[in-house]
Ligand binder design. Structure first.
Ligand code: GTP
Length: 509
């Protein structure tokens, strides 16, 4: 049962009512905040989540997912496919124009018909037929409708890219043909334009050409990109006998000379393009740690997210998102400090090579500003656990280690953890160097850097940096997220790290 979350939930909808929708695999939770407000606590907001459990450590993502997977396969292994899809889109063809004949001359008709010869009123009405004109005075001949464009846009309602594995081809409608009666008349109109096909994707989706350039990073709700342009409609031509052509040219330059001209009335084909869609979760804070460290419990303790929690590894198969309320200490400004937290599936040694859920999830840290390491303080060797995770981050993208981070020593309600809390905190806080002033560069904060781009900064003389060469944690706090011990202190430190990024960004030129 898949666990999935909405990358960004509209704030205006938050914290007002309790709603629960269960559609098999999905649970939507919106909890009221009145109790919290009454208790003077920070106000959690809202999340949408789905949950998946698995008792086995899932295998890493393998080769590109096969197209048009059956729904049953998707439900079973959704974590492999939820953030990547390949689709082909085709814009609509342009509608066709028409070959039109000139209307019969009213004066000729009148002269042939004795009945109408003296019907002056009818004759003058016929002479007054007026066509639509172009700016140069020529008669505007109707055109085929423009084919529908294809636009991909970021929609907050969308959560995953799973549906693109069920349907991988999208076509916009073609433009309408000219409604031709065969004769030029003032009532003729252009063919109808094909409707633009708008394809919604989750916020945070990167749209790129298949094996090609990035077209757009749809990081905000409403962002959109035109990926395929509809075909131009065909023009119309006037077909007149050769002896009348010269005269007809005064009316319009679109006079058919021979049958090869007919190709001009055909609408142009719409563009077709193969796209790769890659979802990168949009979150301010990324929760990382070994499986079972308590990341999901932490998320549910400080936000309204309700991810699956269980005492077996890899309970979390897809990132869960939760919304942290604004910092009450900021008074009226508190809402500017709201942040989204992403609980990523547990990392294991070799994750950067794809072990466990591996690389699939490491990439979701890319947009985070602050990292929170959750360490099980009651584990056999918490310091080693912490180092394993740091090392995996370093191997995947060293720039992750430059970001401000907080270490949460979790499960201090257990006596084993309680006893060694201070020595663990000391040991962990001494891993790393003094922070450089530029360690929160714009690239790092925005996550705009290339994932595999190891900058010269990440190297030190004589080789790559060790963990010791990266900044120390902003804070190491002990907590029991299950028993709600040390939560306030932990929140304070997370907010301080977030504020630091924010302040730094304000200082950027
Ligand atoms: N005693 C104690 N147990 C905790 C605490 N926090 C979490 N747990 C337990 O640890 C187990 C794992 O918790 P999760 O929150 O699912 O851990 P996780 O890091 O999200 O695990 P993955 O989904 O595998 O990555 C659950 O049985 C929790 O009840 C805590 O503060 N104290």
């Amino acid at each position: 049962m898949p666990l999935l979350l909405h990358p960004r939930f509209p704030f205006s909808h938050a914290a007002t009512s309790l709603r629960a929708v269960d559609s098999g695999t999905r649970a939507l939770c919106l909890l009221g905040s009145s109790q919290h407000a009454a208790a003077g606590k920070q106000t959690p907001i809202a999340v949408v989540c789905r949950a998946t459990r698995a008792r086995e450590a899932p295998s890493s993502s393998g080769p590109a997912p096969p197209k048009n997977l059956p729904a049953s396969a998707l439900a079973k292994e959704a974590h492999k496919y939820f953030d990547h899809a390949a689709v082909t889109v085709r814009a609509g063809d342009g509608g066709h124009g028409a070959v039109l004949a000139m209307p019969a001359s009213p004066s000729t008709d009148a002269s042939k018909s004795p009945r109408r010869r003296f019907d002056k009123s009818k004759r003058s009405a016929a002479k007054k037929v007026s066509y639509k004109r172009n700016y140069d005075g020529s008669v505007a001949l109707p055109m085929g409708g423009h084919g529908g464009d294809v636009v991909v846009y970021a929609d907050e309602v969308e959560e995953t890219l799973l549906r693109f594995h069920e349907k991988a081809r999208y076509c916009a409608k073609r433009g309408g043909n000219v409604g031709a009666t065969g004769t030029l008349s003032s009532r003729m109109h252009n063919g109808f334009a094909g409707e633009t096909l708008r394809i919604p994707v989750p916020v945070g989706t990167v749209v790129k050409r298949k094996k090609g350039a990035v077209l757009a990073d749809l990081a905000h709700p409403g962002d959109e990109v035109l990926v395929a342009r509809g075909g131009q409609g065909g023009i119309s031509l006037i077909d007149v006998p050769e002896y009348k052509r010269k005269k007809a040219m005064d009316l319009s330059p679109n006079i058919m000379r021979d049958s090869t001209d007919k190709v001009l009335i055909h609408g142009q084909p719409g563009e077709e393009i193969s796209l790769e869609l890659i979802l990168r979760v949009v979150a301010d804070v990324g929760l990382v740690g070994l499986p079972n460290a308590g990341k999901s419990t932490l998320l549910s303790a400080i936000t309204l997210a309700r991810p699956d929690i269980a005492d077996y590894p890899f309970t979390t198969l897809m990132p869960n998102l939760g919304r942290l309320g604004g910092d009450p200490a900021l008074g009226a400004l508190q809402f500017s400090s709201e942040a989204t937290l992403a609980d990523l599936p547990g990392l294991i040694e070799g994750a950067h090579l794809g072990k466990g859920l591996g690389r699939n999830f490491l990439r979701h840290l890319r947009r985070t500003r602050v990292i929170v390491h959750v360490v099980d303080a009651a584990a056999a060797d918490p310091v080693d656990d912490y180092k394993i995770v740091r090392e995996e981050l370093r191997m995947y993208n060293p720039q992750y280690l430059e970001r401000p981070y907080v270490v949460v020593l979790n499960k201090i309600d257990l006596p084993k953890a309680q006893d060694r809390l201070s020595s663990l905190a000391f040991e962990i806080s001494s891993i790393g160097c003094e922070e450089r002033d530029d360690n929160t560069s714009e690239g790092n904060l925005n996550g705009n850097t290339s994932e595999h781009n190891i900058s010269s900064e990440t190297k030190v003389e004589g080789g790559e940096k060790e963990l010791q060469d990266y900044p120390r944690p902003q804070a190491v706090v002990g907590a029991s997220v299950l028993k709600h011990i040390g939560i306030d202190e932990m929140l304070k430190e997370i907010r301080a790290a977030l504020r630091k990024c924010f302040d730094h960004r304000l200082r950027e030129p």
